[in-house]
Design a protein. Structure first.
Ligand SMILES: [Zn+2]
Length: 303
């Protein structure tokens, strides 16, 4: 069994307009870079069903996005006519990846899709995100008989939407490292969820590898092990890279390899290696490509 890459051409149709950092070229460079890795299995992502989306989101949000068409939802979040379709396939990628891991067809998976998802709240699209792909995937795993799900989020921004989706579910673990203070403003250490199953590690701008690895090693990864997940998800944002124009944590590609390997080792021990990762941020194209390759190589090489 190998690592699968889920993708869909609709990721190229979601047009956010000239000058927007969350742009079509992001998936183009990611796909091109991943093609250089031998042994990956490429799979086209299906569309998520309304039922799958509405395990996380309100029907009002679903209906609004389905008919929105072209325009700006807020200052950051811009849609074109095909954006709804792209968003359905982005969430559908994570669901299909869960199903393929569940069926024993693949070892683990990376979803190379856009729009990203972790800022999308159950009732509100925001921060370049329409539907919360990783939370929809986590709910799919629960529906398939993996009650205890964990989302690890290393994007430079806090995954506010995922945190909200997890908040009242004792079986939904969420851990995040992120720059602080920074967009979207949530993610204080004191935000712990209704059952203490949420773990936030805010980091100061410019902290670099040392403090990043320390919070994962000493705080977030031990919490994950203690939770004993049945299925592990990663919100893989690469905007904490030192070359990224939107983030300022100063990480390197080696940090992403390291964390991916650490998480995969816990997955091997606690949940037979069941890991699905999905692309979030990352806005310097060269750093995004290099970081994604490092991340997917670590998924491929994990036990
Ligand atoms: Zn981000």
């Amino acid at each position: 069994m190998t690592t699968a890459v889920f993708h869909h051409p609709s990721s190229l149709q979601h047009d956010t307009g000239i000058g927007h950092p969350e742009r079509v070229e992001r998936v183009q460079v990611v796909w091109r870079a991943l093609r250089s890795i031998e042994g990956l299995e490429w799979r086209e992502a299906p569309s998520a069903t309304p039922e799958q989306i509405m395990r996380v989101h309100t029907s009002a949000l679903y209906d609004m996005i389905s008919v929105f068409g072209e325009g700006a939802l807020d200052a950051d979040t811009v849609l074109s006519e095909p954006s709804f379709t792209a968003a359905l396939h982005a969430a559908g990628a994570v669901c299909a990846a869960v199903e393929a891991v569940h069926a024993g067809q693949i070892k683990n998976a990376f979803c190379a899709v856009r729009p990203p998802g972790h800022h999308a709240e159950p009732d509100q699209a925001m921060g370049f995100c329409l539907f919360n792909n990783i939370a929809v995937g986590a709910r799919q795993a629960q529906a398939l008989g993996y009650p205890r799900v964990a989302v690890l989020d290393f994007d430079v921004h806090h995954g506010n939407g995922t945190q909200t989706a997890a908040w009242n579910d004792a079986n939904f673990f969420f851990a995040s490292s992120h720059q602080w203070p920074h967009y979207p403003g949530t993610g204080a250490h004191s935000e712990r969820g209704a059952y203490g199953q949420i773990h936030n590690a805010p980091l100061p701008e410019g902290c670099g590898s040392g403090p990043f690895r320390a919070v994962w090693q000493n705080e977030l990864l031990p919490a994950l092990e203690g939770f004993a997940p049945d299925f592990i998800f990663m919100s893989a944002g690469f905007d904490a890279h030192l070359a990224d124009p939107l983030g300022g944590l100063g990480l390197t590609t080696a940090d992403f390899s390291w964390l991916t390997a650490q998480i995969s080792q816990i997955a091997a021990k606690s949940c037979a290696g069941r890991v699905v990762s999905s692309l979030e941020g990352g806005y310097n194209l060269a750093a995004l490509a290099d970081s994604t390759v490092a991340h997917v190589r670590a998924l491929l090489e994990c036990p």
